[in-house]
Ligand binder design. Structure first.
Ligand SMILES: Cc1cc2nc3c(=O)[nH]c(=O)nc-3n(C[C@H](O)[C@H](O)[C@H](O)COP(=O)(O)O)c2cc1C
Length: 213
C-alpha cells in the first residue's frame, strides 16, 4: 500500500485536526460536523451519430463539487472537437464498454486521490491497461513551479501510478469555498493554511482539452 507523503509539520497538523475531529464526532455535534451541503454531480452525454467518432469517457471523483465543473468543461471541449463524450461521476460506476479512450480525474484530499477513484482504477485495471488513459488532478496546495511543489504534487498520484500507465497527467488548481465544506473540512483547510477561493484556470483547462487525444 502506498501511503501519502506528508512533511513532519503537515503530519502534526493533520494529526491534531484528526484528534479534534474524533472529539467532535463523539459528541452530539458529530453529524453536523462531518456533513457538507449537497452539490450536483452531473452526468452529461454528447452523442454523435457517426459511429466513426471516437468515444471518450470522462469520470471524476469529488468531495466538494469543483471537480465536476472541470470535468464538464473538458467534456464540452472534446465534444466540440467531434468526439462522442460521456461525463460521469465515478460513484455511478461508469461502464468502459465501447470506450476508445478514458479521462479520469480526482480532487486531492489529504495528499491523495479520493479512494473511490483509486478503487475504480483497481477494479478496471486490466481494461484500462488496454486503452489510452489521461489523468487530471485537482488540488489547492503545491501549485508553484518550484521543485518542492512539483515533487509534492506528483506524489498525489502515488496510489494510482503503480496501477496505470497514463498517456498524460495534468494538474489543475481547484477551489475552496468554505460555505461548501463541513465544519471538520473547514477546520482542516484552515489548519494547513490553504488558499481560499476559486483558482480554476478555465483557459488552461480548455487548452489541455483542445490537444488531448
Ligand atoms: C479536507 C480537505 C483536504 C484537502 N487536502 C488537500 C491536499 O492534501 N493537497 C491539496 O493540494 N489540496 C487539498 N485540498 C484541496 C482540494 O483538493 C481542492 O479544494 C479541490 O478543488 C477540491 O475538489 P472538489 O471540490 O471536487 O472536492 C483539500 C481540501 C479539503 C476540503
Amino acid at each position: 500500500m502506498t501511503l501519502p507523503r506528508f512533511s513532519r509539520r503537515e503530519f502534526l497538523k493533520f494529526a491534531g485536526v484528526s484528534m479534534g475531529v474524533m472529539a467532535v464526532s463523539c459528541s452530539g455535534l458529530g453529524y453536523a460536523a462531518i456533513h457538507a451541503p449537497e452539490f450536483v454531480t452531473p452526468e452529461i452525454v454528447y452523442s454523435k451519430d457517426d459511429i466513426m467518432n471516437k468515444r471518450i469517457l470522462i469520470s471524476y471523483a469529488t468531495h466538494a463539487g469543483s471537480t465536476p465543473e472541470i470535468a464538464a468543461v473538458i467534456g464540452e471541449t472534446l465534444a466540440r472537437r467531434g468526439f462522442s463524450v460521456v461525463v460521469k461521476p465515478v460513484n455511478a460506476n461508469p461502464s468502459l464498454n465501447g470506450c476508445d479512450a478514458v479521462i479520469l480525474g480526482s480532487a486531492v484530499h489529504m495528499a491523495n486521490w479520493l479512494p473511490e477513484m483509486v478503487d475504480f482504477i483497481k477494479k478496471n485495471q486490466v481494461v484500462l491497461s488496454q486503452m489510452p488513459v489521461a489523468l487530471f488532478t485537482v488540488h489547492i496546495l503545491n501549485l508553484g513551479n518550484d521543485e518542492a511543489s512539483r515533487v509534492s504534487r506528483l506524489a498525489y498520484l502515488n496510489s494510482v501510478r503503480p496501477l496505470l500507465d497514463p498517456m498524460d497527467e495534468v494538474f489543475f488548481a481547484g477551489k475552496i469555498d468554505l460555505d461548501a465544506l463541513s465544519f471538520v473540512d473547514r477546520l482542516m483547510v484552515k489548519m494547513v493554511k490553504s488558499p481560499i477561493g476559486d483558482y480554476r484556470d478555465w483557459d488552461g483547462i480548455c487548452a489541455w482539452s483542445s490537444v488531448i487525444f
